[in-house]
Design a protein around this ligand. Structure first.
Ligand code: WTA
Length: 651
């Protein structure tokens, strides 16, 4: 048995919800949360059927859950139309003329789309897809910039029962080919391009390159966003604006089975070919609807903004399905956070009166690096709630977010979940959960989370182990598309009938969950297993540091030596003194065991395109001196050359 993951970093700061916030929240006391949580675990059928009944079903379910581990069916026998729930339902209510999407393009162009308008747009595009012969269960690949048409295309697919597979607009032609081959999509929805840092991302060109290698795509529908000339292949390529003009704005939506496939979303996986995570209709919608409602405590008058891209699960669940199922108003922004400068996000918040803001630690750390004056120059008083997702948020980054963005008044919901879980699993509820910087706090209703040791025994408080979920939940993935065996092996083979997330975590004496990093990244120093998050958080707590990544290098004596890569705030410069100071700092805050053996000042860290630090590559670099592994998910390949250079200059 391998030793447990140890924890050395103690966090004492506690932030309780403001009584004024609690008073108007759906869940306003910890006692109320605990009672409902207990019920939701003891009788998940009761909890989930009550939540699901707030949605529009065409036919009721005969059974809430059919569970043959690891395969679940939720709301068995029920029928619904997902798009009708997200759009039509509101377009026929008092929300008819309410803004669904407030769009801002990177160049500064703006559009407001009401629910009534969204209904017409989705209907039109559903008619276009049907006219092109797309049928229920056919796969449609969507490769779009962050513009409303991306959501419209997804909803149009849902409306006709087609399965969308969104490919992030930053991916290359080869990534498109892989996803086409795996999903067997026969139609692509794309745009001529999208704006990113003042330049055009050549989406159509990438599609054309992909289609030289894959010949089973019959049609490509192209939205004109940037207006630059693109080549259109006769009989295959169609302009979006020409097609929608030829069809009606009404469309009769069919009802689909609750387990009808809704989408496939590819997640990189640390090695090998991307996994096509399959989500279905009724359970996924119930999960995203319910979590969005309670966790963002959404109000009719809120302006919500999630900065993710629709190409990631966060964009699926918390830009498209969750917010729209709730009839929320949201901001959608096309471009980069630093265009024309690092004030862009804060300007958008000020201009549109954003009240709920949901972003990722990678963005927060980039803002910290850039300097406090950017947010300080804007009026952020419309904000009432902040969220974080995607990586552990280092406590000092949490504090910065709390102070400089939340004005010390906004609760922060640090939400843990995965592409595979479909919806948020561990999170504070803003009206009732005391938060501490760095913890994702407690499980959401119906989520039976625990920390297991290697033998499948639950760990004692503060003992690190593997994060698992013991009961099925509605928005869980149903499989890896076309590969049930891989699904079973990847997520369900550590402990029988139990979901393993692949993350290391611990639970403190109050029941709060602390994610310590991916299990694959855990360091083993002199027999002590250390999660990456704590050492990194210790470094980020130093006033000079913006960002840190920590990996193990094989060491004869210790098993593994601790190697750190740090990026500094704009206001600081690398020096030998700083290097020594940082080593001492980690030694003091965590203990001698975690004291960095090597420390490098890097201009930037290698990240995935969704902003997660790729420790795997750093590990390879410090072990073998070069990187030979798969770098296709890397955001910027230049980072690697710069890292190799910085390693030479700091040693
Ligand atoms: C990590 C993103 C710590 C975690 C929704 C997980 C987090 C992986 C958090 C899933 C968080 C996500 N705190 N770690 N709040 N949120 N993660 O599939 O390692 O892109 O397993 O889904 O991100 O990433 P994915």
């Amino acid at each position: 048995m391998s030793p447990k993951i140890e924890s050395h970093l103690q966090e004492e700061r506690v932030f309780s919800p403001d009584p004024e916030f609690s008073a108007q929240a759906r869940i306003s006391s910890l006692a109320q949360y605990k009672k409902l949580y207990r019920q939701s675990i003891q009788q998940p059928d009761v909890f989930w059927s009550k939540e699901a009944s707030e949605l529009a079903w065409r036919k009721p379910w005969s059974q809430v859950l059919d569970w043959k581990a690891p395969f679940a069916k939720w709301f068995v026998g029920a029928k619904l139309n997902v798009a009708e729930n997200c759009v039509d339902r509101h377009a026929r209510s008092h929300r008819r003329n309410k803004a669904a999407i407030i769009f801002e393009g990177e160049p500064g162009d703006q559009r407001v789309i009401t629910y009534a308008q969204l209904e017409r747009e989705v209907n039109r595009f559903a008619n276009v897809l049907e006219k092109q012969g797309v049928k229920a269960k056919d796969r449609v690949l969507i490769y779009m910039p962050m513009i409303p048409e991306a959501a419209i295309a997804m909803l149009a697919c849902a409306r006709i029962g087609a399965v969308h597979s969104v490919v992030f607009g930053g991916f290359s032609a080869d990534s498109i080919v892989d996803r086409l081959e795996d999903s067997g999509a026969s139609l692509i929805v794309t745009a001529d391009g999208g704006w990113r840092r003042g330049k055009i991302v050549p989406l159509k060109e990438n599609v054309d390159a992909a289609l030289e290698k894959y010949s089973h795509v019959r049609k490509v529908i192209v939205f004109r966003r940037c207006g630059q000339p693109v080549s259109m292949t006769p009989d295959r390529d169609l302009w979006w604006h020409e097609e929608v003009e030829q069809v009606k704005s009404s469309h009769k939506a069919k009802a689909f089975d609750s387990e009808h496939p809704l989408f496939i979303l590819y997640t990189s996986g640390s090695t090998g070919k991307p996994k096509g995570i399959l989500h279905t209709s009724g359970g996924y919608l119930t999960g995203t609807y319910t979590t969005f409602k309670y966790i963002f405590d959404i109000r009719e008058e809120d302006v919500y903004w999630c900065t993710a891209d629709v190409g990631w699960i966060t964009g699926h669940s918390y830009i498209v399905y969750g917010p729209l199922a709730n009839g929320a108003t949201q901001v959608m922004y096309e471009g980069a956070p630093n265009h024309p400068d690092f004030g862009r996000f804060w300007k958008i918040i000020e201009q549109h009166g954003v009240s709920i803001f949901y972003t990722a630690p990678t963005a927060i750390r980039a803002f910290i690096k850039a300097g406090d004056h950017y947010p300080a120059n804007h009026d952020l008083s419309s904000l009432r709630l902040l969220g974080s997702v995607g990586e552990p948020i280092n406590p000092e980054a949490w504090m910065w977010y709390h102070k400089h963005i939340g004005g010390k008044r906004c609760p922060i919901v640090d939400t843990w979940w995965q592409t595979e879980t479909g919806a948020i699993m561990l999170t504070p509820l803003p009206g009732c959960t005391p938060t501490k910087p760095g913890t994702v706090t407690l499980p959401f209703f119906g989520v039976d989370a625990a920390i297991f040791d290697e033998n499948g025994k639950e760990c004692a408080p503060n003992e690190g182990g593997k994060l698992v979920i013991r009961q099925p939940w509605p928005s869980m993935a149903r499989s890896i598309y076309g590969d049930k065996a891989r699904y079973q092996k990847t997520y369900w083979s550590d402990y029988k009938g139990i979901y393993t997330a692949g993350d290391g975590a611990r639970r403190d004496q109050d029941g709060n969950f602390w994610i310590v990093g991916r299990i694959d990244d855990v360091l083993n120093v002199s027999g002590h297993r250390l999660g990456t998050a704590e050492v990194e958080s210790s470094l980020v707590a130093h006033p000079a540091v913006a960002e840190a990544a920590v990996v193990g290098r094989p060491d004869d004596l210790k098993g593994q030596a601790v190697v750190c890569f740090v990026t500094l705030k704009e206001s600081h410069q690398p020096s030998d003194d700083l290097l020594q100071a940082l080593r001492q700092h980690v030694g003091k805050s965590i203990g001698a065991i975690a004291k960095p053996d090597d420390l490098y000042f890097a201009p930037a860290l290698p990240k995935t395109r969704s902003g997660k630090i790729m420790r795997r590559l750093l590990k390879e670099l410090v072990t073998h001196g070069k990187i030979t592994g798969n770098v296709t998910t890397l955001d910027d390949v230049n980072v690697i050359a710069n890292l190799a250079a910085c390693m030479k200059s700091t040693t």
